[in-house]
Design a protein around this ligand. Structure first.
Ligand SMILES: *[C@@H]1O[C@H](CO)[C@@H](O)[C@H](O)[C@H]1NC(C)=O
Length: 118
């Protein structure tokens, strides 16, 4: 459910930013220009999880968040929203709610676990 709320919040922000004047006060797809793409977005660190697994190398932020006093509730990316395991469900939810697009990222250290090289 946390994932869904994030999706809706982002969609609303995009919508308001692109419609200067609303006559009716009601938003619908018809309120937007033809071809307007409704989407949502996530960032790897906040949703991916599996921070120490799946071939992902360490990043500076992994170390920083584990130092006491830096992050509320000692939250880390170790599990996050666990999109690593639930990405199919997440995409199903995006389709169910009729989004056209999904912008996401993959942790760079999953692609370059040692920072550089292969
Ligand atoms: C966060 O970690 C610190 C240091 O280990 C601990 O004292 C504190 O109780 C933890 N806070 C929470 C909300 O778990």
């Amino acid at each position: 459910m946390k994932r869904l709320l994030l999706c809706f919040a982002f969609a609303v922000i995009i919508g308001i930013g692109n419609v200067a004047v609303m006559d009716t006060g009601r938003l619908s797809r018809e309120s937007f220009p033809m071809g307007f793409v409704f989407g949502t977005s996530t960032s790897a660190y906040q949703v991916e999880g599996m921070a120490n697994k799946g071939g992902r190398g360490p990043i500076i932020w992994d170390v920083y968040v584990k130092q006491p006093g830096h992050i509320a509730n000692n939250d880390t990316a170790d599990v996050a929203d666990d999109q690593y395991h639930h990405y199919k469900e997440d995409v199903d939810l995006l389709a169910k709610f009729n989004f056209d697009a999904y912008r996401f990222s993959i942790s760079w250290s999953r692609i370059f676990p040692e920072g550089v090289g292969k």
